[in-house]
Design a protein around this ligand. Sequence first.
Ligand code: UD1
Ligand code: UDP
Length: 364
Amino acid sequence: MQHSSLKILTIVGARPQFIKAAAVSRIARSLEHITEVLVHTGQHYDQNMSDVFFTELDIPKPNYHLGIGSGTHGIQTGKMLGAIEEVLVKEKPDWVLVYGDTNSTLAGALAATKLHIPIAHVEAGLRSFNRKMPEEINRVLTDHAANLLFTPTEVANQNLYKEGIASNLIHLVGDVMYDASLYYVKKAELASHILDSLKLQPQKYILSTIHRAENTDTSDRLTAIIEALSKLSQEILVVLPLHPRTKKILKDLQMLDKIPETLRLIDPVSYYDMILLEKNSKMIVTDSGGIQKEAYFYQVPCITLRDETEWVELVDAGWNHLVAPTSSSEIYQKIKNQMCQPIPSSTNNLYGDGTAASKILEVL
Ligand code: UD1
Ligand code: UDP
């Protein structure tokens, strides 16, 4: 089929968005009629939170780097809004493409909708139904501003129908993170030496990540999580690549120095290293959205330290278990109990067939 030329402006800014955008951008670059302009808001800026993903995943250098950096929600989102508007006025794209639920997502959607530029939202329709989460507000507002909503699951479609979004705007394409995992896992296996460099043996450690505001910004919850992981680590090594947000708060609470060596805090790792750490772990304990799914992609049981999850199908299928991180003894006990359970029988294709990116570009 003959396609007319198309200019897409992609907005990214935070770690998971680099991975999602890498999957779509790779296919976009293989299509002659598509031009992609890449905008990095600068929400994440440490080398190991940003540049490492561009190099490793072969994402082109952003055409615009806005250098916004950290700030309160209002300041950060507001600065992005103004800076993105300038780029949109100059570039006049046919579509603005935004991913997920961060402040970069919302700023991109707001800037575009005010200029009447159509918005495509990838990972639309996810809901935790907890309006206290900044991510929930970001995704609801972005979905309602979007002109095309690319959903990963049927549950996401149902959420959007219930909010009155017209069904002809919604396209169930699967999950772009699944596309990414299929494409990069082989490369990761060849390139990453993380197990050797950390002297880890497969199945002999638990992998954990903690960064959500609802867990880090309440000292009771963060303390309960760290105490539980510390106790657990006396029995099985726990490896915790530490998000800068969590590191800063642990430092402020003067907790960093009190953590036992068996709870191994390491700097954030590259995507390839993360894939290897995930694949070889006995269990994953996390509050990350992306890592809950990756646990399932690599068939590793997962405990999610949150009150609710957007990825409900993982809980229904027995791959993920929710544990509200309120008491350290309860977290510890639930992880221990779960480690004795058999691995769930495999469920295939909860997140599509690995061609979400191609489907998105076809619809656009
Ligand atoms: C953001 C997203 C969250 C997503 C996460 C992925 C919002 C509201 N939240 O949370 O949904 O799950 O990214 O990782 O958009 N910092 C650094 N260096 C960096 C980046 C951050 O030191 O490169 C520190 C700063 O102290 C900053 C804090 O981390 O204030 C929080 O960063 P921010 O981007 O505001 O939110 P995240 O917690 O990363
Ligand atoms: N990730 C990574 N290195 C790390 C931690 C996470 O490459 O040290 C990857 C992880 O594999 C997943 C994505 O980052 O693909 C998830 O991002 P994060 O947990 O920061 O955000 P969320 O998915 O919760 O929004």
